[in-house]
Design a protein around this ligand. Structure first.
Ligand code: 5AD
Ligand code: SF4
Length: 472
């Protein structure tokens, strides 16, 4: 595995490479009458979704067109996730299935990137098992993608370039953004928390924050191009600023973001409970534009399990934070992540998770079966929970979360609430779909012309995870 070196391409020669590839794609289209196309399949979290947007930006500049079909692609990219094993298995399955496509279309380029590639054993396995993969790169050198692609196109052998360590944050890349109604903005990268089950600190590197000025400039640009809502992204936004020279924290950043003219909604993800400050709760309560929704991963309800997970808070600490948030921010939605079957989790430990879920009254929860991640401290713990027990507990928790979510949603019935209209429903294009500030989906009849607007909708039916309504 390589470390970043000064010989890596600079922004100016990346621009040259982009132009060279653009020319080549243009000639190909003139000669054959067919444009070059790409497809990116993304796994995992919003961070990965946003990385794929950056790749799309590069590809658009290089003159590639997007397609939904692997068969008609000249370039297939898998942006992978390794947080749990099932995401990895899906990628392996799909890579296997591509062998026949490569035989039919020998100029096809197959690239794999993202978190899975930051693990040596995965890269070796892919090289050995899927020799039809042409390009492998990681999370730390995504900004060099045009250079890597050009190298791949000019070489017969596969290119593997994975940096084992993060480099400096690269700003000002020639990324052609997708200016949507809602936009992701990275405010920081990496994680220093080393929760004992989690692979992220090993794949995304140490925590580093972007400068306030760079974040604000990006948001200003997005808003001036039509974005109404931004989602500020970081593995733990509550430690934003720790790596900056200036004394600035996440609340200070939010105070600046709310001042940007034209911004309507600000969201963020994710908050580690151990670092959630009273100052942040006050900032959220003060500013209408900061959405009243917080995603606050609990992970487990038992203090014994929390300690073994290295989460650095207790169930009591967690409930105290929830109480404070609910007191200061009326109508707030609290969502969470919960892992079932961490090593040595007993039935009693699990029941404590149920109790905390009941007391916290979550609006929704992502629930996961614990998945062994090679290289993390929890992977080698004795006392792994049998799969059968994990599955039974999972079902019990899911039932409880669904029930709490349904009960919570009944409070919305007959209320008139503001909804950002995001698009039409997949099932019926006469029905629009949007989100409340609390991040709940609302479906209602309306004209496509109002997509992108914030409208008031009266809730006529409250289901477990969505509402029906009518515009008032
Ligand atoms: N097994 C199961 N779930 C995990 N998560 C992280 N690592 C694992 C693992 N090894 C979950 C956590 C985290 C979410 C993004 O993924 O709940 O908050
Ligand atoms: Fe993983 Fe914990 Fe960091 Fe979240 S805070 S990314 S769970 S190590």
């Amino acid at each position: 595995m390589k470390r970043p070196t000064t010989k890596e391409p600079t922004i100016s020669n990346i621009n040259e490479i982009i132009n060279t590839l653009k020319e080549s794609n243009r000639f190909h289209e003139i000669e054959t009458g067919v444009e070059r196309k790409y497809i990116i399949e993304t796994y995992g979290c919003q961070m990965n979704e946003h990385d794929s947007e950056k790749l799309e930006g590069f590809l658009t500049q290089m003159g590639y067109n997007k397609t939904d079909s692997r068969e008609s692609s000249d370039l297939i990219i898998f942006n992978t996730c390794c947080v749990r094993e099932n995401a990895e298995l899906k990628v392996y399955g799909k890579l296997g299935a591509l062998k026949h496509l490569k035989k039919k279309h020998e100029d096809l380029i197959i690239a794999v990137c993202g978190c899975m590639m930051q693990q040596d054993h995965v890269v070796k396995y892919i090289q050995k098992t899927y020799p039809h993969v042409d390009l492998i790169f990681g999370t730390h050198n995504l900004h060099n993608f045009p250079y890597l692609l050009e190298k791949t196109l000019n070489h017969k052998e596969a290119i593997v370039d994975v940096w084992s360590q993060e480099g400096e944050i690269i700003e000002g890349l020639p990324v052609n953004r997708r200016y949507g109604i809602k936009s992701f903005v990275n405010i920081m990268y990496g994680c220093n928390n080393f929760c004992s089950y989690c692979i992220v600190p090993y794949t995304r590197g140490r925590e580093r924050s972007r400068e306030v000025k760079d974040v604000l400039e990006e948001i200003e640009d997005l808003v001036s191009n039509g974005s109404k809502e931004v989602m500020l992204l970081g593995q733990n936004v509550n430690s934003y600023g720790n790596t900056l020279v200036n004394d600035v924290d996440f609340s200070d950043l939010l105070e600046q973001v709310v001042k940007i003219p034209g911004i309507e909604r600000i969201r963020f993800m994710t908050s580690h409970p151990k670092d959630l400050s009273d100052k942040l709760i006050d900032t959220m309560a003060t500013h209408k534009k900061i959405c009243n929704h917080i995603h606050l991963p609990l992970q487990a309800g038992s203090n014994k399990v929390l300690k073994e997970m290295n989460r650095k808070y207790t169930q009591e600490d967690y409930l105290t934070i929830v109480r404070k948030i609910r007191e200061k921010i009326p109508g707030v939605a609290i969502t969470t992540d919960i892992i079932i079957g961490f090593p040595n989790e007993t039935q009693e430990d699990f029941e404590e998770t149920l109790t905390i879920a009941r007391l916290a009254e979550f609006d929704s929860a992502f629930t996961f079966l614990y998945s062994i991640r090679e290289g993390t401290p929890a992977a080698t713990k004795i006392g792994q929970v049998p799969e059968e027990d994990k599955k039974t507990r999972f079902q019990t928790l899911k039932k409880l979360i669904d029930q709490i979510a349904y009960e919570n949603n009944q409070k919305y019935l007959d209320q008139e609430i503001s909804v950002l209209v995001e698009g039409t429903s997949k099932k019926n294009d006469k029905i629009l779909t949007g989100r409340t500030e609390t991040s709940k989906t609302v479906n209602f009849p309306g004209d496509e012309k109002i997509i992108g607007e914030i409208v008031t909708v009266k809730i006529t039916a409250a289901k477990t995870y969505s509402f029906d309504g009518i515009i008032v």
